[in-house]
Design a protein. Structure first.
Length: 222
């Protein structure tokens, strides 16, 4: 069961008009880029342009948004947007391909958003201990160690700037990690009133709310 602060913050973030209501163009673009990145390789400009045309989004507007949101390589190819090919502490295996996520909570959002089974291996800050688990659209399983937890920063819409990628990292990604135990997470979060420590199941419930908000403009799946 998630806490009242988490429930209240999620309700604010995910409501229509909240910070995670990106509007149809940005939301559809984000979802499409995630699916392309999940295919196992970075996304070049030709595939980006095909996706933009298919979505019917104004090209200049879409490229400006992606320029703000994404990580690129030296050729301008998109290598990261939540899901990334730049190594982070949060490694994922999707359909046999290795990639990474910007934060621990992303690893629980992506199985829902992508409708995929994901193997997660995440390194805890300070101790360097590994946490492993499986996640699918239906939930999480096989956490190791069995007492593993995930941290999540309590944020409301007025505290969030989704304009450039570094703002996203500062708002969420630098505060969301897996830890092998609640005790170790509590040491890391000492003095932080804004950090909630959640079980994997409660973390997945948060991820469901986040994914639902981000996918609100997606057409129904057949």
């Amino acid at each position: 069961m998630t806490s009242t602060p988490v429930t209240d913050a999620l309700g604010d973030l995910t409501k229509p008009g909240g910070a995670l209501d990106l509007g149809p163009h940005r939301a559809l673009l984000l979802a499409r880029m995630l699916r392309l990145l999940a295919e196992g390789h970075p996304v070049d400009r030709d595939h980006v342009d095909l996706a933009i045309a298919d979505l019917g989004i104004p090209k200049d507007q879409a490229h400006a948004q992606l320029e703000a949101w994404t990580e690129r390589d030296e050729h301008g190819t998109i290598v990261g947007l939540g899901l990334t090919y730049n190594p982070t502490p949060h490694q994922l295996t999707i359909d046999g391909a290795r990639m990474w996520a910007w934060c621990a909570m992303d690893t629980l959002v992506f199985p829902i958003a992508l409708d995929k089974h994901v193997t997660i291996e995440s390194t805890a800050p300070r101790t360097g201990e590994r946490v492993r688990l499986q996640a699918s659209p239906g939930g999480v399983s096989d956490p190791y160690p069995t007492g593993a937890v995930i941290t999540w920063p309590v944020r409301h819409s007025q505290q969030i700037d989704f304009s450039p990628a570094p703002a996203i990292w500062g708002t969420f990604c630098h505060h969301s990690f897996f830890f092998p135990s609640r005790a170790i997470a509590e040491l890391w979060a000492a003095g932080r009133a804004d950090i909630e420590i959640l079980s994997p199941d409660d973390g997945f419930a948060v991820a469901q709310s986040l994914a639902g908000a981000l996918l609100r403009y997606e057409p129904p799946r057949r």
